[in-house]
Design a binder for this molecule. Structure first.
Ligand SMILES: [Zn+2]
Length: 395
């Protein structure tokens, strides 16, 4: 039945407001809800302390760099790993093959660095990362290894795998981007997070100076491992045909049904009943994220999911949370996704709803499918949010 449901409906539907899972199962018991941000928490995060002031001068210039063709000025050298990265904007008529020739690299290297699932999706104007002269496998993993951002392991999954974050820039306004809460089932969200990370490592000037961007590429490493056999960056060739089992963590829990807003032990995923955990925030991944949120004190948290094709602002029990809607709108206008409520079926224990309940702006990005990264539009949306986030704080 599980597999059948996966085949029949080709979307991951994550949202809703009411608790239907419990209705489906009959009586709705009451549970002690562990949903506070700070109570009983012991932070294991060694993140820099952020100071949030009431207002900030807009002193940055978020200049977007769009190089065209090879340019030695954009090559970032790393003497340890010996991988040089540069940017390339796809010109009309170019193919991955012609670009590979131009930089003396390979098509597979280009595909790996940019997580391009289907070479036919390449389009004019697309911003690529290129490693001139490089070939061979493991290029993405090596590139992430040498990345200059502050990298830390802030938690461990149910299966004992590290949960990592990367800190991009060092401004006063923290924003957190979380990928792959639904693990290998939504592997494209992990690769989108990695591609954004790699792109910003080559063009760090794109991040406004008053913002600190934190990226957690894989919030559910057990689920990614189940589908890719990897604990970190992976290539699309590694992905198994059936990714459904990669949705849960090592305890078989749906991590976006484990948060404290409207939590229920039996939750809904399309027509399937899934585990929301033994209690709210019972899972090591959720607990690690909560500690991380508590440490960073973010202005906005963005969750990457697929594939319902819209942005869904957080809001617990149907309560409208204006900052979450504003944050989603900043992102959505540039990214070209509609902003709205998820109405396909009710969802309990959702992360964005829980954050909104705790007065932290949050929204979910639902990509359109389970393969493409939709990198360009999401990079644009993210940069628009980073540039405009000041307006959320001033309110
Ligand atoms: Zn999802």
């Amino acid at each position: 039945m599980f597999l059948l449901a996966c085949l029949v409906v080709f979307v991951c539907l994550d949202r809703g407001r009411e608790l239907i899972a419990a209705q489906l199962l009959g009586d709705v018991p009451h549970y002690a809800v562990e949903d506070t941000m700070f109570e009983g928490m012991t932070s294991n995060v060694d993140a820099p302390q952020q100071v949030r002031a009431g207002s900030f001068a807009k002193s940055f210039e978020a200049k977007e760099v769009r190089p065209s063709g090879p340019d030695a000025d954009f090559v970032e050298q790393n003497s340890d790993a010996h991988i040089a990265l540069t940017g390339h904007v796809v010109a009309g008529g170019e193919t991955l093959s012609s670009i590979a020739s131009m930089y003396e690299t390979t098509v597979s290297s280009l595909q790996e660095l940019n997580a391009i699932y289907d070479p036919n999706t390449l389009f004019t104007g697309e911003r690529l990362i290129v490693s001139p002269g490089s070939s061979g496998s493991g290029l993405l993993k090596k590139s992430i290894e040498q990345i200059g951002f502050v990298r830390q392991t802030f938690g461990t999954s149910a299966g004992g795998r590290p949960i990592e974050s990367f800190q991009v820039s060092d401004g006063e306004l923290p924003i957190i981007l979380v990928g792959a809460v639904h693990g290998g089932y939504e592997w494209n969200t992990a690769l989108l997070a990695y591609r954004i990370l790699l792109y910003l490592s080559v063009y760090p000037g794109l991040v406004p100076s008053d913002v600190t961007l934190h990226i957690v590429p894989i919030a559910n490493p057990d689920g990614i491992f189940a589908v890719t056999g990897s604990t970190g960056p992976f290539v699309t060739a590694d992905i198994l045909g059936d990714t459904s089992d990669g949705r849960m963590n090592g305890n078989g829990v749906d991590l976006n049904r484990n948060w404290g807003c409207d939590w229920a032990p039996y939750a809904q995923w399309r027509e399937t009943i899934v585990s929301g955990g033994t209690r709210p925030i019972s899972e090591p991944e959720t607990r690690a994220l909560r500690s991380y949120f508590n440490s960073v004190d973010p202005v906005v948290v963005i969750w990457l999911h697929s594939a319902a094709g819209l942005l869904v602002p957080g809001g617990c029990n149907g309560v409208h949370h204006e900052p979450s809607w504003q944050a989603a709108s900043l992102y959505g206008v540039e990214a070209g996704y509609p902003v709205g409520e998820f109405t396909a079926y009710p969802v309990s224990g959702d992360g964005a709803n829980w954050l909104a309940q705790h007065k932290i702006a949050s929204f979910t990005v639902e990509l359109n499918d389970h393969q493409d990264l939709e990198f360009e539009r999401n990079l644009d949306g993210l940069l628009a949010l980073l540039t405009g986030v000041e307006s959320l704080v001033d309110e």
